[in-house]
Write a protein of this length. Structure first.
Length: 653
RNA sequence: GCCCACAUAGCACAGGGGUAGUGCACACCCUUGGUAAGGGUGAGGUCGUGAGUUCAAGUCUCACUGUGGGCUCCA
C-alpha cells in the first residue's frame, strides 16, 4: 500500500510501503541522509528515532546534526557510550538507566568499585576511544522473554526488572540498540553511528537510588554532557562557573551577611549587615500588611504536645519536630504558626463581621531537616516566614485568594521578580480529613485561578497533609525556578480546633483557614534573592547604602560631618576614613557592592558638592548636596529598584 | 537518612610521618595619594573532634561532627 508523507515545505512524497525516517531523508538527498539524527512528526514534542517507520499521512521534519534539538539524540547515544566505557573499564559494573536531562545526561551504575574523580577522566577518555571507532548504531526488536533470558545470563538484573515490567504492561517485544560489541535495552532515539557525537564531557559523580526509592539499591550516578561543538560546551561550562559566582553562600561570606557554625547545624547566624536585609524585608512586609488589612501577632515558641496532637502535626509531622520533656511534661517546638493561630482565633467569640480575620506572624520556626538536605540559607532548620493565616467564610474564599495573588504580585514587582508560575497541588496519599472536604477545597482554588485568568499547572498528590495548595514558583535571573510563595486552603484545622463564627443567621459556622506566605521564609528568600541579583541589592535593601571616601586626611572632618548628616536622614552611610589611597577604598566598596561611593576631596569640601560613584562604575559629579539627599531619601522611601541618580550624557571625569 | 568527597590562620589555598607556609584581610610605622590593590614591620594556627598504628601523626587507620555534590524528603 502506498504511503504519503508530507514535508515542512508543504510538498508530499510517496513511498511503496512505510518508510523509516532515514528512508525519507535518503529520498530527499544523500547529504541530508548522512546528517539525519531523527525526526519530529506531526509537530509533536519528542524526537523519534531515525529507524522508526512512518505511517501514511504523517507530516515529518527531519532533524539533523545542525539542529539544536538533535542534542537530545546525541546525548542519548552519549549515555550509551558512557555505559559501554564504564563496563569496558570495570566489567563487574551493572547498568541501570541513563536518561537525557536539561543540559546533559547521566547514567546510574551499580558498581562494587566506588568511582573516584580520577575515574571520571578515565571514563571520558574511554568514551572518546569508543566514539573514534565510529560503530554503527543498529536496532533490533527482541521478544520479551528472549530479552529477559539474555540479560539474566549477563547478570544485568536491573534490565531484567525493567523488561519484566514492560512485559507486565503487555509489551511483546523490546528494542535493543547495538553499538559494536555492546548493546542496551532502549527506546531511543539514537544516532546513526557514534562518530556523530561531536563533543562529550564527564562532569560529576553522585549517589542515587534505584528507581528513586531510598529503600532500594544505592547506585552511583555519573553526570556528563554532550554538545554540538566545542564552543557550545565551553559556553555551558562558563555558565556553570557564572552560576557558582552567584552562589548565595559565597556572597554571604564575601559580603559578610551570615555565617554557619557546626554547633548549630542548619541554623544561620545573621551578621549586622545580613540582619539589615532581614529587617528591611520585614519592614516592607509590615507596611504591606497595613495596606492589605492584616494584623500582626506574636505567639509562643514552645507548646505542650497536646496542641500538636490536636492539630495533627504530631501524627503527620513528628519526625520533623523538636521535642523536650520538662517537669514530666512533653513539649514541642512549633514547626508552623498555624496551631497557635487557631488557639488565638478560638480565644474569643467571632462574628461574621470580624471576618476575614487576617493574622500575620514572623514567629521563629524550627523543623528538624534530615542531615543531608540542608543547603545554605535555602534549606535550614531554624527560620521565620512572612506567614499569615486568613480565617474567612466559605463565600469569602475566592476574594481572599484573589487578594492574595494581588498582594503577591505587588511584593514581587517591588523586588523586581517579574517571572513566576503558579502550581496547584492536590491531595497527597498521607492526609487528614474526608475526601468530601478535599473536593471542596481543591475546587475552590481551581475556580479562583480560572476566574483570575491565571495560568497554572496541576501537581497531583503534592498538597499538604491538611489541604490543597497553590505554590508560586519564582524564576530567577538565570532561569532557575524557586518555590517561595504559597497559599494553602485548609478545612481541617478549623474543624480540629472546633473553630466557629456566628453568621448573620445567628447560627454557628466553621470558618475556612488559609495559610499563606509570599516570600516563604526570610532565610530562603534572602538566599534566592542574592542569587537572583548576584548580590547587587536595591538601595533600600543594601546593608551599606553609602560609603564616604575622603581622598586625604584634610577632608576627614568634613567627611565625618557628611556621614553624620546622611545618618540623620536615616541613610546607612559609613565613612571609610582609613589612611589608604582612594583607589584602594573604591575597590573595597566596589567588592562590597555599595550602591553609592561619595568621593570627598578638596574640591567637594570647598564647594560643598557631592561627587558620587555608582556601583556600576558610573560617576556623577558636582551634585548639589540637597538634591543628592533628596534623591537618596526618595529612592529609599519608594523602595526603588533602580538608581535615581543618573549620570548626565557624556559626563565622565 | 543514603552514596561519594572534603575539613590546615578571619577568607582563599599550598604542604604530605621528624613539630607549619603563601596571598588577601588584621595591627603598627612610612606615605597624604582623585575613582578597582603604595611600601615596610608585626601579630595570628593544640592543621574539625576523639581514638588507634608508630620512637615520632596535620600527614597513615577508624569512628564521630560539620560542610560540599547528588539521591530521597521538603507542610
Amino acid at each position: 500500500m502506498a504511503v504519503t508523507i508530507s514535508l515542512p515545505d508543504g510538498s508530499k512524497k510517496e513511498f511503496p510501503s512505510e518508510p523509516s525516517v532515514l528512508d525519507v531523508a535518503k529520498s530527499i538527498g544523500p547529504r541530508l541522509a548522512k546528517d539525519t539524527l531523527g525526526a519530529v512528526i506531526d509537530n509533536e514534542k519528542d524526537i523519534i528515532d531515525l529507524r522508526s517507520k512512518i505511517k501514511n499521512g504523517t507530516s515529518i521534519k527531519i532533524v539533523t546534526v545542525k539542529d539544536k534539538v538533535s542534542l537530545e539524540v546525541i546525548r542519548h547515544s552519549a549515555a550509551h557510550v558512557m555505559a559501554q566505557a564504564v563496563q569496558e573499564l570495570w566489567p563487574k559494573v551493572k547498568v541501570t538507566i541513563g536518561p537525557v536531562i536539561e543540559n546533559g545526561f547521566f547514567y546510574d551504575f551499580d558498581s562494587p568499585h566506588a568511582f573516584t574523580p580520577e575515574d571520571l577522566e578515565k571514563i571520558e577518555k574511554k568514551m572518546q576511544e569508543i566514539c573514534k571507532k565510529d560503530y554503527a548504531v543498529t536496532r533490533e526488536e527482541w521478544q520479551v522473554d528472549e530479552a529477559i533470558q539474555t540479560f539474566e545470563k549477563m547478570g544485568e538484573k536491573y534490565k531484567v526488572e525493567l523488561i519484566a515490567e514492560l512485559k507486565n504492561k503487555g509489551e511483546k517485544t523490546v528494542s535493543i540498540y547495538h553499538q559494536g560489541p555492546w548493546f542496551d535495552l532502549c527506546r531511543g532515539p539514537h544516532v546513526q553511528h557514534l562518530g556523530q557525537i561531536p563533543v562529550m564531557k564527564v562532569l560529576s559523580l553522585a549517589g542515587a537510588y534505584w528507581r528513586g526509592d531510598e529503600k532500594r539499591e544505592q547506585l552511583q550516578r555519573i553526570y556528563a554532557t554532550a554538545f554540538l561543538n566545542e564552543a557550545d560546551l565551553k559556553k555551558h561550562l562558563h555558565e556553570l562557573e557564572e552560576a557558582k559566582k552567584r552562589d548565595h553562600r559565597r556572597l554571604g561570606k564575601d559580603l559578610g551577611l551570615f555565617i554557619f557554625h557546626h554547633l548549630a547545624p542548619g541554623s544561620p547566624f545573621f551578621t549586622p549587615n545580613g540582619t539589615v536585609i532581614y529587617n528591611e524585608l520585614q519592614r516592607f512586609l509590615r507596611d504591606k500588611y497595613q495596606e492589605h488589612n492584616y494584623q500582626e501577632v506574636i505567639t509562643p515558641q514552645i507548646f505542650d504536645i497536646d496542641l500538636f496532637h490536636q492539630s495533627g502535626h504530631y501524627e503527620n509531622y513528628r519526625e520533623n519536630m523538636y521535642f523536650s520533656k520538662i517537669e514530666e511534661r512533653d513539649f514541642g517546638c512549633k514547626p508552623m504558626n498555624c496551631p497557635g493561630h487557631c488557639l488565638l482565633y478560638g480565644s474569643d467569640h467571632r462574628s461574621y463581621r470580624d471576618l476575614p480575620w487576617r493574622v500575620a506572624d514572623f514567629g521563629r520556626l524550627h523543623r528538624y531537616e534530615r542531615s543531608g538536605v540542608m543547603h545554605g540559607l535555602t534549606r535550614v532548620r531554624s527560620f521565620s516566614q512572612d506567614d499569615a493565616h486568613i480565617f474567612c467564610a466559605l463565600e469569602q474564599l475566592q476574594a481572599e485568594i484573589e487578594g492574595f495573588m494581588q498582594f503577591l504580585n505587588e511584593v514581587y514587582t517591588t523586588l523586581g521578580m517579574t517571572k513566576y508560575h503558579v502550581y496547584l497541588s492536590t491531595r497527597p496519599p498521607k492526609r487528614m480529613g474526608s475526601d468530601e472536604v478535599w473536593d471542596k477545597a481543591e475546587a475552590a482554588l481551581e475556580k479562583a485561578l480560572k476566574q483570575l485568568n491565571i495560568e497554572y499547572t496541576v501537581n497531583i498528590g503534592d498538597g499538604a497533609f491538611y489541604g490543597p495548595k497553590l505554590d508560586i514558583m519564582f524564576v530567577d535571573a538565570i532561569n532557575r525556578p524557586w518555590q517561595l510563595g504559597t497559599l494553602q486552603c485548609d478545612f481541617n484545622l478549623p474543624q480540629a480546633f472546633s473553630l466557629k463564627y456566628v453568621g448573620d443567621d445567628n447560627a454557628e459556622h466553621a470558618p475556612v483557614m488559609l495559610h499563606r506566605a509570599i516570600l516563604g521564609s526570610f532565610e530562603r528568600f534572602i538566599g534566592v534573592y542574592l542569587e537572583h541579583t548576584a548580590g547587587h541589592l536595591p538601595f533600600w535593601l543594601s546593608p551599606i547604602q553609602v560609603r564616604v571616601l575622603n581622598v586625604t586626611d584634610r577632608q576627614l572632618d568634613y567627611s565625618a560631618h557628611l556621614e553624620k548628616e546622611l545618618k540623620a536622614l536615616g541613610i546607612r552611610a559609613y565613612l571609610d576614613g582609613r589612611n589608604e589611597k582612594l583607589g584602594y577604598k573604591i575597590r573595597e566598596a566596589q567588592l562590597l557592592k555599595v550602591p553609592y561611593m561619595l568621593v570627598i576631596g578638596d574640591k567637594e569640601k570647598d564647594t560643598d558638592t557631592i561627587s558620587v560613584r555608582l556601583s556600576s562604575g558610573e560617576m556623577v559629579n558636582n551634585l548639589k548636596k540637597s538634591d543628592f539627599f533628596e534623591m537618596l531619601e526618595k529612592e529609599y522611601r519608594l523602595r526603588s529598584l533602580k538608581s535615581l541618580i543618573k549620570p548626565k550624557q557624556g559626563e565622565k571625569v
